[in-house]
Design a protein around this ligand. Structure first.
Ligand SMILES: [Fe+2]
Ligand SMILES: [Fe+2]
Length: 355
């Protein structure tokens, strides 16, 4: 299935297929050390145990998690737009079915994550309001347009691939509900990454114009995908970042630059396999470091898109707001149904206790 027919299924194609993921998933400890360390926040962190919603936690920790999980949830649902755009135009029934499944997965990821955020005591409606009025962000990558079918391939391969690299360590995040959501999310993202790789694989074995389309998509998505890991951890750009505190709290496990390097090291050989040229003249294997060297990311562009001046920022939020408004009747109907069910259950219970 999904791409295993074109490449050795035993060869890891993304971070969710590496031993790192298996180790992180195994860490699902469910507080096995609870008796030993008690409920104290610092003691739990020191013992590498998960913090659960019932535990006392510092306000800053709670706020940081709400911000991070909300941003992640917003990215999942806004991330449905660039590809959702292609469902009606996907080149075959098989491609449509796969793409619908992928976009639907992203909606599901948004739901797990909003639920995880709610365990921290914030309401989902409040989070959506913050998204719609621009107070909270989503990943800037989704402010780039999907111009051709090959973009769906590049997004799966590079954008989902980079997301997985970021999210595998989050399976070991100190906050239990977030960590557990990530274990499942990463498995699904792995399917997304393979389907993207397979789209490009087939285009690269097609006509000259299909190959050119795949190359063009890789040219446009490579640098924004590298920027997804966020600004560097050192120097001027690192100021005002959250890396240090997040690492101390066990929310983050690796620095932005470390994750970016891991992603480059994993992806460059895949580009070679596909027959694509990555748009970086400085890309070369560094024998001494045992890593790929790569060129300078355009951080001015990154900040510009983050501030709202990307090619699709306004369009994405406008579309999102409209979808929310048009879905009001669905939420109302669901609430009315839930209320009716609750009343029926209550009546049933009263009948039973009276009998
Ligand atoms: Fe996702
Ligand atoms: Fe995905």
């Amino acid at each position: 299935m999904y791409g295993n027919d074109v490449i050795d299924p035993n060869e890891p194609l993304n971070a969710a297929e590496t031993p790192d993921y298996d180790a992180a998933a195994e860490h699902d400890d469910q507080r096995d050390g609870r008796d030993a360390v008690g409920d104290d926040f610092d003691a739990l962190l020191a013992a590498d145990q998960r913090i659960e919603p019932r535990d006392a936690m510092p306000d800053d920790y709670r706020e940081t998690l709400i911000r991070q999980i909300a941003q992640h949830a917003h990215s999942e649902i806004i991330g449905m737009q660039p590809e959702g755009n292609w469902i009606t135009r996907a080149p075959s029934l098989r491609r449509k079915a796969i793409l619908i499944a992928k976009v639907q997965d992203e909606a599901g990821h948004g739901l797990y994550l909003y639920s995880a955020a709610e365990t921290l005591g914030i309401d989902r409606q409040e989070l959506l309001d913050r998204l719609h009025n621009g107070k909270q962000k989503y990943s800037s990558i989704f402010n780039y347009p999907t111009l051709t079918w090959a973009d769906c391939g590049a997004i799966g391969w590079l954008v989902d691939g980079a997301a997985i690299m970021n999210q595998v360590p989050l399976c070991r995040c100190s906050y239990g509900p977030y960590a557990r959501a990530m274990i499942r999310v990463c498995k699904e993202e792995s399917f997304h990454q393979r389907q993207g790789f397979e789209i490009l694989w087939n285009l690269m074995r097609g006509t000259e114009s299909q190959q050119a389309m795949a190359q063009d998509a890789a040219d446009r998505w490579w640098w924004p995908a590298l920027a997804m890991f966020g600004p560097p951890d050192t120097g001027e750009a690192a100021k005002g970042g959250h890396t240090e505190q997040s690492m101390a709290w066990g929310i983050k496990r690796f620095s932005n630059d470390d994750l970016r390097q891991k992603f480059v090291d994993m992806t460059v050989p895949q580009a070679e396999k596909l027959g694509l040229t990555l748009p970086d003249p400085d890309l070369r294997w560094n024998e001494e470091r045992g890593h790929w060297d790569f060129g300078e990311i355009d951080w001015d562009e990154f900040w510009q898109v983050l501030r709202g001046d990307g090619p699709c920022n306004a369009e994405r939020i406008e579309h999102r707001r409209r979808a929310h408004d048009e879905g009001a009747w669905v939420r109302e109907a669901a609430n009315a149904y839930a209320a009716k069910q609750a009343t029926r259950e209550r009546e049933q219970q009263q009948k039973e206790s009276a009998a």
